[in-house]
Design a protein around this ligand. Sequence first.
Ligand SMILES: Cc1cc2nc3c(=O)[nH]c(=O)nc-3n(C[C@H](O)[C@H](O)[C@H](O)COP(=O)(O)OP(=O)(O)OC[C@H]3O[C@@H](n4cnc5c(N)ncnc54)[C@H](O)[C@@H]3O)c2cc1C
Length: 470
Amino acid sequence: MNETLDVAIIGAGTAGLSALREVQRRTQRFVIINDGPWGTVCARVGCMPSKILIEAANAYHRRGSFAEFGITGAENLKADVPAVLQRVRRLRDDFVRGTLKATEGLGERAISGRAHLLGPDRLEVNGRELRARRIIIATGSRPIVPAPWRDLGERLLTTDTLFEQKDLPARMAVVGLGPVGVEIAQALSRLGVELVAFDGMETIAGLTDPAVNAVAVELLRREFTLHLGENAELAAEGARVRARAGAAETTVDRVVVALGRRPNVDDIGLETLGELDERGLPPVDPGTLQVADLPVFLAGDSNNQAPLLHEAADEGHIAGINATRPTFARFERRTPLVIVFADPNVAMVGRRFKDLGSSGVLAGEVRFERQGRARAGQHGHGILRVYAERYSGRLLGAEMCAPAGEHMVHLLALAIERSLTVHDLLRMPIYHPVLEEGLRTALRELASQLPAGEESDLAVCGALGAEALD
Ligand SMILES: Cc1cc2nc3c(=O)[nH]c(=O)nc-3n(C[C@H](O)[C@H](O)[C@H](O)COP(=O)(O)OP(=O)(O)OC[C@H]3O[C@@H](n4cnc5c(N)ncnc54)[C@H](O)[C@@H]3O)c2cc1C
């Protein structure tokens, strides 16, 4: 393969495969290079195995509410953790097989090996130099593990190794309570592990609204021990690990480190592209994914802009199209959306509370303790806060720790994407009895702070003040 390729894609994760789909439509002179196992982080060690584990943990946890429903015998239920973990791997393998289809039949255009950039149109892999008119870097990210902790060996787990465990020990710690740490900590605890969690900050799961964060912390504290606001230190203690944060100290069998992820760009030769910022990243235009003014694109977790699956897929799509066009198309990016699969779901959409500023913004709130449908299903916990512009009533964003938050946040994303106002959304039908009636309560609280609507507008139809009816 001595000719100049049209496109070289580095990394066959979600972003790389999404780029591949677009590139393949327009040229056959491409390669896709992947270091390590093929099959994407999402399917192998990320979104999918974590959600499979969470589903099992939540199913087992549900037994705690059986007595209240009038169902007896819950105390006899047991979680067979090795079987739970086997199911995680079985389903995970199936999902991985699905992703491998994308590169089947590519022959020598699919290269296993670690690529290094030699410049904006040259790279090296397995000792071979390749030339390409356009290069897409989609090398993903890896868990951050502080160097001194690596000596803890197999006492220390990350999401790269957790799902390979054949069983879980009696006592574990999770260090780092961002989205991944919260999901994993709650799942492990619900499967019967005695769990202690640490985070150096007071906020968890990426939440920025203090009222929502307080509810999320309080709900998790009912399930396991949380130490917030002090950085954890770890040290080996025989076959176990001693974890300390401020005055808190405990010994556990294993620690899951969930301190976030680092883009895989540190040793791929990015410096050959020009100046890098303090994080070692070049300037990347989020609308085109172009690096500076070069024929190079940086997509997915590797650019660290929005390290989420749907964003990686979008970015691969954008990079794949632009890498095969003479001039680059600028894409309008979607409304920001994050879901943390805790129970109740933590979710954020549109503008974050911390970015709203102090004036010109209204907030409406609902708590789910008294919400009819939530009570019927023993889901009566959580809070949802919606933000809107004061002068126009336009919806700006929301943060929540709420039952069915993963669904309500999509409804809000649609509304925000369409620039809908509080009254526009209140004009939509909401069935009864559903959890979305809780969202409507928060919207009505917002509406009460806005100029009154027309009497003839159903958006102003108010609550009856009875939880069975609202
Ligand atoms: C536990 C966990 C749970 C998650 N849950 C969710 C969730 O619920 N929802 C959500 O939206 N997101 C979730 N994410 C994030 C999501 O998985 C990532 O945003 C997404 O997988 C990133 O895809 P990517 O294509 O950028 O990178 P990857 O899928 O990591 O692909 C990058 C590929 O590039 C390869 N590579 C690296 N360096 C080189 C090199 N020099 N040469 C060649 N190849 C190289 C890597 O080996 C890898 O195969 C989760 C992540 C984790 C870890």
